[in-house]
Design a binder for this molecule. Structure first.
Ligand SMILES: [Fe+2]
Ligand SMILES: [Fe+2]
Length: 187
């Protein structure tokens, strides 16, 4: 009998995130209701920010520690996260009825597909090969906990729910507020 832990590791969790967000993006494409498009887009933004922050906090240190080209892989991923954030900031303020909005959504989808395929074909398999299984599972637990620190998404039944915006706080845009909340910065 071995005591190899069973269950989801960090790679399972992050891979699921990628696919859930891509599914949400498909939903937005077929949704015609403007308010629903706005809400789903805010959900996508929220999911991507928490995913990116979780990777930065818990996966980057492991990549640097265990992968021979870890530093380079982290630098590359940071660039991808910045591009995602630039697009999401534009989406925050874009009008969901416009062609610009559709174009930004398409851009976000392309960036995400690149991001997901880079990680799923390159870094994730390397992490699985190099990092002890227990550590991968522990990282998964930390990622889950970190993601719970900020509210998940606007209330599905209340479009543009005020409570959501109160929870993440006033001031700067959604992307920055979520990021600050998740990384523990107060301003
Ligand atoms: Fe990433
Ligand atoms: Fe990712």
């Amino acid at each position: 009998m071995t005591d190899t832990p069973v269950g989801q590791d960090v790679v399972d969790l992050l891979t699921t995130d990628h696919h859930e967000v891509l599914d949400l993006l498909q939903q937005i494409k077929i949704t015609t209701d403007t308010e629903e498009r706005r809400d789903l887009t805010d959900s996508v933004i929220s999911e991507i920010v928490r995913h990116a922050v979780a990777e930065e906090m818990y996966v980057y240190p492991a990549m640097k520690k265990y992968l021979p080209d870890g530093e380079g892989a982290v630098d590359h991923d940071i660039e991808e996260h910045k591009e995602l954030e630039r697009t999401m900031k534009q989406l925050e303020s874009a009008d969901a009825q416009t062609a610009e909005f559709d174009q930004l959504l398409a851009q976000l989808e392309n960036l995400l597909r690149d991001h997901a395929s880079d990680e799923e074909s390159e870094q994730f398999p390397k992490l699985r090969a190099q990092v002890p299984r227990e550590e991968l599972i522990e990282m998964g637990q930390k990622v889950e906990t970190a993601k719970e620190l900020a509210p998940t998404r606007p209330h599905p039944l209340a479009p543009n729910d005020q409570l959501f915006h109160k929870l993440v706080g006033p001031g700067v845009g959604l992307v920055d507020r979520l990021r600050d909340k998740l990384t523990g910065r107060s301003t």
